[in-house]
Design a protein around this ligand. Sequence first.
Ligand SMILES: Nc1ncnc2c1ncn2[C@@H]1O[C@H](COP(=O)(O)OP(=O)(O)O)[C@@H](O)[C@H]1O
Ligand SMILES: [Mg+2]
Length: 348
Amino acid sequence: MHGAATAGHREDGVTGPAPTPPAALLSIRALRVDLRAEGELRRVIHDVTLDVAEGESVGLVGESGSGKSMTARAVARLLPEGAVTGGEIVFDGEPVLTLRGAALRRFRRGGIATIFQDPAAHINPVRTIGDHLTEGLRLVRGVDAREAERRAAAMLGEVGIAGGERRLRQHPHELSGGMLQRVMIASVLLDEPRLILADEPTTALDVTTQSEVMALLSELSRERRLAMLYITHDLELAAGVCDRTAVMYAGAVMEVQRSAALNDGPLNPYTAALLAARPRVDARSDRLEAIAGRPRSAFEAPEGCVFADRCPHVEDACVAERQELRPLAGGLVRCRRAEELRGRLGHA
Ligand SMILES: Nc1ncnc2c1ncn2[C@@H]1O[C@H](COP(=O)(O)OP(=O)(O)O)[C@@H](O)[C@H]1O
Ligand SMILES: [Mg+2]
Protein backbone atom coordinates (compact mmCIF):
# COMPACT_ATOMS: atom_id res chain seq x y z
CA MET A 1 0.00 0.00 0.00
CA HIS A 2 2.59 2.56 0.99
CA GLY A 3 5.79 1.18 -0.46
CA ALA A 4 8.77 3.51 -0.25
CA ALA A 5 9.41 3.32 -3.98
CA THR A 6 5.92 4.41 -5.05
CA ALA A 7 5.84 7.91 -6.55
CA GLY A 8 3.41 10.15 -4.70
CA HIS A 9 1.99 13.59 -5.22
CA ARG A 10 2.68 15.99 -2.38
CA GLU A 11 0.49 18.93 -1.46
CA ASP A 12 3.20 21.43 -2.34
CA GLY A 13 3.01 20.20 -5.92
CA VAL A 14 6.36 18.42 -5.82
CA THR A 15 6.21 14.88 -7.12
CA GLY A 16 8.49 12.52 -5.28
CA PRO A 17 8.52 9.38 -3.22
CA ALA A 18 5.51 9.09 -0.93
CA PRO A 19 6.45 9.91 2.66
CA THR A 20 6.98 6.66 4.53
CA PRO A 21 5.66 6.49 8.08
CA PRO A 22 8.50 6.83 10.59
CA ALA A 23 9.78 3.50 11.86
CA ALA A 24 8.39 2.68 15.28
CA LEU A 25 10.71 3.37 18.19
CA LEU A 26 8.56 1.08 20.34
CA SER A 27 6.62 -1.76 18.83
CA ILE A 28 4.35 -3.99 20.90
CA ARG A 29 2.94 -7.05 19.13
CA ALA A 30 0.26 -9.37 20.55
CA LEU A 31 1.60 -8.89 24.08
CA ARG A 32 0.38 -11.39 26.66
CA VAL A 33 1.13 -11.21 30.37
CA ASP A 34 0.25 -13.80 33.01
CA LEU A 35 0.86 -12.96 36.65
CA ARG A 36 1.17 -15.40 39.50
CA ALA A 37 -1.65 -14.85 42.02
CA GLU A 38 -2.61 -17.23 44.81
CA GLY A 39 -0.47 -19.99 43.36
CA GLU A 40 -1.85 -19.85 39.84
CA LEU A 41 -1.17 -17.93 36.65
CA ARG A 42 -3.73 -15.29 35.88
CA ARG A 43 -3.90 -13.58 32.47
CA VAL A 44 -3.88 -9.79 32.89
CA ILE A 45 -2.91 -8.82 29.32
CA HIS A 46 -4.26 -10.96 26.51
CA ASP A 47 -3.57 -8.96 23.34
CA VAL A 48 -1.88 -5.57 23.22
CA THR A 49 -0.58 -4.36 19.87
CA LEU A 50 0.68 -0.78 19.67
CA ASP A 51 3.44 1.32 18.06
CA VAL A 52 5.02 4.53 19.26
CA ALA A 53 7.10 6.39 16.66
CA GLU A 54 10.14 8.55 17.41
CA GLY A 55 8.89 11.86 18.83
CA GLU A 56 5.28 10.71 18.89
CA SER A 57 2.99 10.82 21.90
CA VAL A 58 0.45 8.03 22.22
CA GLY A 59 -2.29 7.82 24.82
CA LEU A 60 -3.17 4.48 26.44
CA VAL A 61 -6.62 4.77 27.95
CA GLY A 62 -8.86 2.35 29.82
CA GLU A 63 -10.81 1.73 32.99
CA SER A 64 -9.10 0.57 36.14
CA GLY A 65 -7.85 -3.02 35.89
CA SER A 66 -7.74 -3.04 32.07
CA GLY A 67 -3.97 -3.64 32.10
CA LYS A 68 -2.48 -0.22 31.33
CA SER A 69 0.15 -0.32 34.07
CA MET A 70 1.11 -3.93 33.31
CA THR A 71 1.64 -2.95 29.67
CA ALA A 72 4.00 -0.16 30.75
CA ARG A 73 5.77 -2.47 33.19
CA ALA A 74 6.25 -5.09 30.48
CA VAL A 75 7.85 -2.43 28.24
CA ALA A 76 10.18 -1.26 31.04
CA ARG A 77 10.89 -4.89 32.08
CA LEU A 78 9.50 -4.15 35.54
CA LEU A 79 6.84 -6.87 35.79
CA PRO A 80 6.26 -8.58 39.15
CA GLU A 81 8.36 -11.65 39.97
CA GLY A 82 7.11 -14.80 38.27
CA ALA A 83 5.31 -13.04 35.41
CA VAL A 84 5.11 -15.00 32.12
CA THR A 85 5.01 -13.04 28.87
CA GLY A 86 4.18 -13.80 25.25
CA GLY A 87 4.17 -11.83 22.02
CA GLU A 88 6.87 -9.30 21.28
CA ILE A 89 8.14 -5.91 22.40
CA VAL A 90 10.83 -4.24 20.29
CA PHE A 91 12.48 -1.00 21.41
CA ASP A 92 14.89 0.72 19.05
CA GLY A 93 15.29 -2.50 17.05
CA GLU A 94 16.03 -4.70 20.10
CA PRO A 95 13.67 -7.39 21.44
CA VAL A 96 12.96 -6.43 25.05
CA LEU A 97 11.19 -9.42 26.57
CA THR A 98 14.14 -11.79 26.16
CA LEU A 99 16.87 -9.49 27.56
CA ARG A 100 18.89 -11.05 30.38
CA GLY A 101 21.80 -10.23 32.64
CA ALA A 102 24.10 -7.41 31.56
CA ALA A 103 21.99 -6.58 28.49
CA LEU A 104 18.93 -6.17 30.72
CA ARG A 105 20.83 -3.89 33.12
CA ARG A 106 22.01 -1.75 30.22
CA PHE A 107 18.47 -1.58 28.86
CA ARG A 108 17.09 -0.43 32.24
CA ARG A 109 19.63 2.39 32.44
CA GLY A 110 19.04 3.92 29.05
CA GLY A 111 16.37 4.88 26.58
CA ILE A 112 13.16 4.46 28.54
CA ALA A 113 12.16 6.45 31.61
CA THR A 114 9.00 6.06 33.70
CA ILE A 115 6.95 8.68 35.55
CA PHE A 116 4.54 7.16 38.07
CA GLN A 117 1.28 8.33 39.57
CA ASP A 118 2.64 8.90 43.05
CA PRO A 119 5.98 10.72 43.00
CA ALA A 120 6.36 10.53 46.80
CA ALA A 121 6.49 6.72 46.62
CA HIS A 122 9.37 6.80 44.14
CA ILE A 123 11.66 9.28 45.83
CA ASN A 124 13.63 8.50 48.97
CA PRO A 125 12.18 10.69 51.80
CA VAL A 126 15.41 10.98 53.78
CA ARG A 127 17.57 12.17 50.90
CA THR A 128 17.60 15.62 49.36
CA ILE A 129 16.08 16.60 46.02
CA GLY A 130 19.66 17.28 44.88
CA ASP A 131 20.81 13.75 45.75
CA HIS A 132 17.87 12.33 43.84
CA LEU A 133 18.43 14.49 40.76
CA THR A 134 22.21 14.15 40.54
CA GLU A 135 22.57 10.45 41.35
CA GLY A 136 22.17 9.17 37.79
CA LEU A 137 24.50 11.82 36.40
CA ARG A 138 27.19 11.10 38.98
CA LEU A 139 27.02 7.33 39.30
CA VAL A 140 25.99 6.24 35.81
CA ARG A 141 27.54 8.95 33.65
CA GLY A 142 30.49 9.95 35.79
CA VAL A 143 29.63 13.66 35.78
CA ASP A 144 31.45 15.42 38.67
CA ALA A 145 29.35 16.58 41.63
CA ARG A 146 29.45 20.34 40.92
CA GLU A 147 28.56 19.96 37.27
CA ALA A 148 25.76 17.51 38.16
CA GLU A 149 24.32 20.08 40.60
CA ARG A 150 24.54 22.82 38.02
CA ARG A 151 22.63 20.70 35.49
CA ALA A 152 20.05 19.64 38.08
CA ALA A 153 19.36 23.23 39.14
CA ALA A 154 19.04 24.32 35.50
CA MET A 155 16.62 21.46 34.82
CA LEU A 156 14.49 22.52 37.80
CA GLY A 157 14.19 25.91 36.10
CA GLU A 158 12.99 24.19 32.92
CA VAL A 159 10.22 22.39 34.78
CA GLY A 160 9.07 25.66 36.32
CA ILE A 161 10.72 25.44 39.76
CA ALA A 162 12.48 28.68 40.65
CA GLY A 163 15.44 28.90 43.04
CA GLY A 164 16.94 25.62 41.91
CA GLU A 165 20.11 25.84 44.05
CA ARG A 166 18.04 26.16 47.22
CA ARG A 167 15.57 23.45 46.15
CA LEU A 168 18.40 20.95 45.73
CA ARG A 169 19.00 21.08 49.50
CA GLN A 170 15.34 20.50 50.38
CA HIS A 171 13.69 17.18 51.24
CA PRO A 172 10.64 15.70 49.48
CA HIS A 173 8.26 16.53 52.37
CA GLU A 174 9.01 20.23 51.93
CA LEU A 175 7.48 20.18 48.44
CA SER A 176 3.84 19.94 47.32
CA GLY A 177 2.61 16.99 45.22
CA GLY A 178 2.66 19.11 42.06
CA MET A 179 6.22 20.30 42.80
CA LEU A 180 7.37 16.74 43.45
CA GLN A 181 5.92 15.57 40.15
CA ARG A 182 7.87 18.40 38.47
CA VAL A 183 11.00 17.09 40.22
CA MET A 184 10.24 13.62 38.83
CA ILE A 185 9.90 15.09 35.34
CA ALA A 186 13.23 16.92 35.81
CA SER A 187 14.86 13.69 36.95
CA VAL A 188 13.51 11.80 33.93
CA LEU A 189 14.72 14.52 31.52
CA LEU A 190 18.21 14.48 33.06
CA ASP A 191 18.37 10.82 31.97
CA GLU A 192 17.87 11.96 28.34
CA PRO A 193 15.52 9.09 27.46
CA ARG A 194 14.02 8.55 24.01
CA LEU A 195 10.73 7.28 25.37
CA ILE A 196 8.82 8.38 28.45
CA LEU A 197 6.27 6.04 30.00
CA ALA A 198 3.95 8.30 31.99
CA ASP A 199 1.60 6.15 34.09
CA GLU A 200 -1.25 8.36 35.33
CA PRO A 201 1.31 11.07 36.19
CA THR A 202 -1.28 13.61 37.30
CA THR A 203 -4.04 11.45 38.79
CA ALA A 204 -2.97 12.12 42.40
CA LEU A 205 -2.89 15.92 41.91
CA ASP A 206 -5.67 18.49 42.23
CA VAL A 207 -7.35 19.53 38.98
CA THR A 208 -5.52 22.83 38.44
CA THR A 209 -2.10 21.32 39.18
CA GLN A 210 -3.04 18.37 36.98
CA SER A 211 -3.46 20.51 33.89
CA GLU A 212 -0.30 22.53 34.62
CA VAL A 213 1.84 19.41 35.01
CA MET A 214 0.25 17.83 31.93
CA ALA A 215 0.91 20.94 29.83
CA LEU A 216 4.51 21.00 31.03
CA LEU A 217 5.09 17.34 30.25
CA SER A 218 3.65 17.56 26.76
CA GLU A 219 5.50 20.82 25.99
CA LEU A 220 8.87 19.47 27.17
CA SER A 221 8.48 16.18 25.33
CA ARG A 222 7.48 17.96 22.12
CA GLU A 223 10.43 20.39 22.37
CA ARG A 224 12.86 17.53 22.83
CA ARG A 225 11.13 15.25 20.33
CA LEU A 226 10.72 12.62 22.99
CA ALA A 227 8.32 9.78 22.38
CA MET A 228 5.73 9.34 25.12
CA LEU A 229 3.29 6.63 26.10
CA TYR A 230 0.82 8.52 28.24
CA ILE A 231 -1.39 6.32 30.42
CA THR A 232 -4.65 7.60 31.86
CA HIS A 233 -8.25 6.59 32.54
CA ASP A 234 -9.37 9.92 31.05
CA LEU A 235 -9.97 9.57 27.32
CA GLU A 236 -10.38 13.26 26.61
CA LEU A 237 -7.28 14.18 28.59
CA ALA A 238 -5.23 11.75 26.50
CA ALA A 239 -6.80 12.84 23.22
CA GLY A 240 -6.02 16.45 24.13
CA VAL A 241 -2.26 15.92 24.38
CA CYS A 242 -1.48 12.83 22.30
CA ASP A 243 -1.10 12.40 18.54
CA ARG A 244 -2.81 9.02 18.67
CA THR A 245 -4.84 7.29 21.34
CA ALA A 246 -5.21 3.58 22.07
CA VAL A 247 -8.23 2.37 24.02
CA MET A 248 -7.79 -0.69 26.19
CA TYR A 249 -10.33 -3.02 27.77
CA ALA A 250 -9.87 -6.27 29.71
CA GLY A 251 -6.23 -6.67 28.71
CA ALA A 252 -6.74 -5.94 25.01
CA VAL A 253 -6.34 -2.91 22.75
CA MET A 254 -9.83 -2.27 21.32
CA GLU A 255 -9.05 0.69 19.07
CA VAL A 256 -6.19 2.95 17.98
CA GLN A 257 -6.87 6.20 16.16
CA ARG A 258 -5.58 9.71 15.56
CA SER A 259 -6.76 11.57 18.66
CA ALA A 260 -8.47 14.21 16.51
CA ALA A 261 -10.69 11.54 14.95
CA LEU A 262 -11.50 9.64 18.11
CA ASN A 263 -13.93 12.04 19.71
CA ASP A 264 -16.34 12.29 16.78
CA GLY A 265 -15.70 9.00 15.10
CA PRO A 266 -15.05 6.20 17.57
CA LEU A 267 -14.77 2.85 15.79
CA ASN A 268 -15.37 0.55 18.75
CA PRO A 269 -18.58 0.52 20.85
CA TYR A 270 -16.42 0.47 23.97
CA THR A 271 -14.74 3.76 22.99
CA ALA A 272 -18.16 5.29 22.36
CA ALA A 273 -19.32 4.09 25.77
CA LEU A 274 -16.24 5.64 27.44
CA LEU A 275 -16.90 8.95 25.68
CA ALA A 276 -20.55 8.90 26.75
CA ALA A 277 -19.66 8.08 30.35
CA ARG A 278 -17.57 11.18 30.83
CA PRO A 279 -19.43 14.03 32.55
CA ARG A 280 -19.57 17.02 30.24
CA VAL A 281 -20.21 20.65 31.13
CA ASP A 282 -22.42 21.07 28.07
CA ALA A 283 -24.48 17.96 28.80
CA ARG A 284 -28.21 18.61 28.61
CA SER A 285 -28.92 16.05 31.25
CA ASP A 286 -26.82 15.95 34.37
CA ARG A 287 -27.23 12.18 34.67
CA LEU A 288 -24.00 10.34 34.14
CA GLU A 289 -24.45 7.74 31.44
CA ALA A 290 -22.18 5.17 33.00
CA ILE A 291 -21.37 1.96 31.15
CA ALA A 292 -23.68 -0.76 32.39
CA GLY A 293 -21.88 -3.46 34.35
CA ARG A 294 -18.47 -3.54 35.97
CA PRO A 295 -15.12 -3.20 34.16
CA ARG A 296 -13.41 -6.54 33.52
CA SER A 297 -9.82 -7.63 33.82
CA ALA A 298 -8.49 -10.02 31.20
CA PHE A 299 -8.94 -13.12 33.36
CA GLU A 300 -12.65 -12.40 33.88
CA ALA A 301 -13.40 -11.41 30.29
CA PRO A 302 -15.94 -13.42 28.28
CA GLU A 303 -14.77 -16.05 25.78
CA GLY A 304 -15.71 -14.13 22.62
CA CYS A 305 -15.33 -10.36 22.28
CA VAL A 306 -14.05 -9.18 25.67
CA PHE A 307 -16.65 -6.37 25.76
CA ALA A 308 -19.57 -8.57 24.65
CA ASP A 309 -21.31 -8.77 28.03
CA ARG A 310 -21.50 -4.96 28.37
CA CYS A 311 -21.88 -3.96 24.72
CA PRO A 312 -25.16 -2.37 23.59
CA HIS A 313 -24.51 -3.66 20.04
CA VAL A 314 -23.78 -7.28 20.93
CA GLU A 315 -24.95 -10.12 18.64
CA ASP A 316 -24.67 -13.89 19.04
CA ALA A 317 -21.57 -14.10 16.84
CA CYS A 318 -19.77 -11.52 19.06
CA VAL A 319 -20.10 -13.88 22.00
CA ALA A 320 -18.89 -16.86 19.97
CA GLU A 321 -15.54 -15.64 18.65
CA ARG A 322 -12.58 -13.57 19.86
CA GLN A 323 -11.88 -10.59 17.62
CA GLU A 324 -8.58 -9.53 16.08
CA LEU A 325 -7.35 -5.94 15.87
CA ARG A 326 -7.62 -4.89 12.21
CA PRO A 327 -7.14 -1.72 10.13
CA LEU A 328 -10.12 0.55 9.49
CA ALA A 329 -10.41 4.23 8.55
CA GLY A 330 -6.72 4.94 9.11
CA GLY A 331 -6.86 3.38 12.58
CA LEU A 332 -7.13 -0.06 14.13
CA VAL A 333 -10.23 -1.64 15.60
CA ARG A 334 -11.24 -4.86 17.34
CA CYS A 335 -14.97 -5.28 16.66
CA ARG A 336 -16.68 -7.52 14.10
CA ARG A 337 -19.45 -4.93 13.56
CA ALA A 338 -17.13 -1.92 13.13
CA GLU A 339 -17.91 -1.21 9.43
CA GLU A 340 -21.63 -1.53 9.98
CA LEU A 341 -21.63 0.68 13.08
CA ARG A 342 -19.26 3.29 11.68
CA GLY A 343 -20.65 6.81 11.92
CA ARG A 344 -23.39 5.66 14.34
CA LEU A 345 -21.21 5.50 17.44
CA GLY A 346 -20.67 9.24 18.06
CA HIS A 347 -21.79 10.52 21.43
CA ALA A 348 -23.06 13.94 20.36
N1 LIG B 1 1.05 -7.94 41.44
C1 LIG B 1 -0.08 -8.41 40.89
N2 LIG B 1 -0.40 -9.73 40.98
C2 LIG B 1 -1.53 -10.22 40.41
N3 LIG B 1 -2.40 -9.48 39.71
C3 LIG B 1 -2.14 -8.16 39.59
C4 LIG B 1 -0.97 -7.56 40.16
N4 LIG B 1 -0.99 -6.24 39.86
C5 LIG B 1 -2.11 -6.03 39.14
N5 LIG B 1 -2.80 -7.17 38.97
C6 LIG B 1 -4.04 -7.35 38.18
O1 LIG B 1 -3.72 -7.15 36.81
C7 LIG B 1 -4.81 -6.52 36.14
C8 LIG B 1 -4.30 -5.31 35.39
O2 LIG B 1 -3.79 -4.38 36.31
P1 LIG B 1 -3.16 -2.98 35.90
O3 LIG B 1 -2.29 -3.13 34.73
O4 LIG B 1 -2.57 -2.40 37.13
O5 LIG B 1 -4.48 -2.16 35.47
P2 LIG B 1 -4.64 -0.59 35.19
O6 LIG B 1 -3.31 0.06 35.29
O7 LIG B 1 -5.25 -0.51 33.83
O8 LIG B 1 -5.60 -0.10 36.24
C9 LIG B 1 -5.84 -6.20 37.21
O9 LIG B 1 -6.82 -7.20 37.17
C10 LIG B 1 -5.06 -6.29 38.50
O10 LIG B 1 -5.91 -6.69 39.55
MG1 LIG C 1 -2.58 1.55 36.55
